[in-house]
Ligand binder design. Sequence first.
Ligand code: HSE
Length: 312
Amino acid sequence: MSLKSIAVRSPATSANLGPGFDVFGIALSEPYDAVKVAKIEERGIEVTVGGKFSEGIPEKVEENSAGLAAKSLLTHFNIKEGVRIEVEKGVKPGMGLGSSAASAVAAVYALNKLFNLNLSRRELIMFSAQGERASAGSAHADNVSAALLGGFVIVKPHLYEAQSIEPPSNLALCVAVPEVKPPPKKTGVARSILPRSVSLIKAVHNTSMACWMVASLTKGDVSEFGRAMQDLVVEPRRAKMVPGYSEVKRLALEAGAAGVVISGAGPTMLAVVDKRAANPEDVAEAMRRGFESVGLASHCFVTTPGKGASII
Ligand code: HSE
């Protein structure tokens, strides 16, 4: 019997993790988006957005990451049947937690099942990444790969290839989301301020740190993983866009975080903690105080690396 509708959940993600700009991503256990995709009589794509964080999210197909990803997939396969995509936003948009990626991955994952397409991992990533054009202006694949595969991912950006490593169980993630209103198309803005070229010395530094992170993770060494989360290329430019950046980082490190970075294009900050060495709740509270010290309220929580998209 052919399916008429399918519902998928897809997690929040944090990209870059310091030196891995557009290359590293990690899925979070929470929050997540839930997306229901149904075949309909009418032709074309309909998008509706509901849930806790629906405000301001466009329902126009070309402006919605799920709609845009779905359109690229359906056009590619010349599928004429109409579909309705109901997005339930659990991931707050514009905060650097892969909100657009969560919706796009869920839609592509659902369409793959609904139309029995048997897409490869590469195709799933490629179509999902098209959804990122809605907010970032480009089809970066780090958040979508993490949302699809779960765990810690390493991406070959222009080939849409990715592999995932399951993080060790002592890795905790502290997430600090400041209450600020991001500018429209924030990711695009945050990408436009990046350097067009980098010095050899910075390239060597970032390559070294990124490799160190991967080696440490495979050995289960969370402290070394976190200590290597140092980026000399992207984060120095973006730190200006995150009020309280220095304070949050300093206080989180003092509370025992192994490493602290801007999550994606910000303004959320992410700390990694070795649960055997420090209390993640203390780190989250330190991050809250960091934002508070510059007059900002924030939502700070502790989570763990999560699994990829799945049928609900
Ligand atoms: N790698 C992307 C960027 C992630 O930093 O622009 C955006 O969430």
